[in-house]
Design a protein around this ligand. Sequence first.
Ligand code: TEU
Ligand code: CA
Length: 535
Amino acid sequence: MLCKKYQEQLRWVIYQIYPRSFMDGNGDGIGDLQGIIQKLDYLKELGVNAIWLCPCYKSPNDDNGYDISDYRDIMDEFGTMADMEALINALHGRDMKLIMDLVPNHTSTSHFWFQESRKGKDNPYSDFYYWFDEIPNDWESAFRGSAWEYDALRGQYYLHSFAVSQADLNWNNPAVVKAMQDTVDFWIDKGVDGFRIDVIDMISKDFSRGCNGFGPRLHEFIHALFGREKAAHLFTVGESGVHDIDEMIRHCAADRGELSTLFLFDHMECGRADKFTPRQDSLKTLRDHLIHWQRETEKYDLLHSLFTDNHDQPPMISRIGNDREKRYESATVIAAMLYLLKGVPFIYQGQEIGMPAAAYDRIDCFDDIESVNTYKEFCKTMTPEEALRKINFGSRDNARHPMAWSGERHGGFSTGTPWIALHSRYQEINAQGDLSSERSVYRFYQALLALRRANDVFLDGKLEVISTKEDPYFIFTRKLGNETWVVVCNFEGEQQLQLPFTCEQPALANLQRETMDGNYAPYECAVAKVVSQSV
Ligand code: TEU
Ligand code: CA
């Protein structure tokens, strides 16, 4: 049995907003907090009861807000603290929660702490970062090149796991721990209900190891942040490279005083060697990763997170399935196979209308620092055309282009010129069009979330997988007390299916169908209550 707190948090349905690209309220081409407020009813009607905002803090935007220069102020382009307070009130007034993105591993080098730190070895901030006379290891930055940078003023090297302008904080310094506790408390006092914590695994380091992260003091630091009475009520989800259940238990077991849940990435890799090498991911592999983690988290009463999309990944419908002829079917079958499992649903903006990846025909259309740096690197060994093809495949901008609200100019996102171009098919694929279509992805999501809300079996019910590893489809049941529901998700091909039980009529389906047995078209899915078991 999940503990009481996790049972309550299992009812959260969280919508991730990339503020820069969600809705522009003042026509400068950049999404902002007032824009978000305008769209809260759209989210409420979808069935979402919480939003996670990607970083909104003061930032020079080298990594779109993940380079923070003041944790207690709002990015100029997004609005003011008064706008943030208005957003919190608007959310709470609708019975919705707010989750902020906490970035504890690094700050922008323009943060006051770093500016002080680089001045010398004996000021209050000198040990806020990692400084070395000689480069201590061969760690690389996630955005290419060495993770060590020489600072001429200080005359030493500092660590940056990401951009040169994102310096890693030294958590071994108790003043850093205190500063981050104070940051959390500041936002709790503003009324924030939870945090998504960026690269949580990196806050403790072991410089003798081959890679950054999972250092010896990791759990002590997480506990220092969230194992306090003041933080006990929060929903917390850590972004982490955890691959095994024992490590997840150490983060998320109810008595640890650490995190509610983690974002795990096994199912996002789907066997790919690297994110820029084009390949078709497989629904079967996705299914098998999902099943594995369902079983593990169920066994140990852990709260799981359910997601396929975020601001770092091309949309799943473009990676898996068919985002052209079968876009509606692909978008909805993925939703059914994911969100009817046990865990907290996370929906990334645009996913609910089946928005596909962007594709740009020139490198200067891209903004993402990882894409731009990687392109330069690729061009050393391949033609610009080939490099561009790889960037188009794996770029984070595939998920960062503005939300298409309508088929109007700039997709109704802004009256000004957007900071980055919309996906090229926005006249065909946008929220208004989707909502007025017979085959609306939004309406399917709405029905799915309503079904989940109305039937506790989808929250707490035990999972049983009916299909085998070889089957090109996914059939599972959820069972609670004497109530059982079955979910059928077909993959690419046609299938003739006969279920081992009698079912009611489908309560949810992405195509018209009367019974659960029979022929399933590619990407067809259906959900029904089981009447009796024939075996
Ligand atoms: O991402 C960290 C991360 O682990 C990587 O997947 C990273 O996103 C990168 O894409 C390598 O391909 C988090 C944030 O989600 C990301 O947006 C930030 O850029 C990063 O941390 C640094 O704060
Ligand atoms: Ca704006």
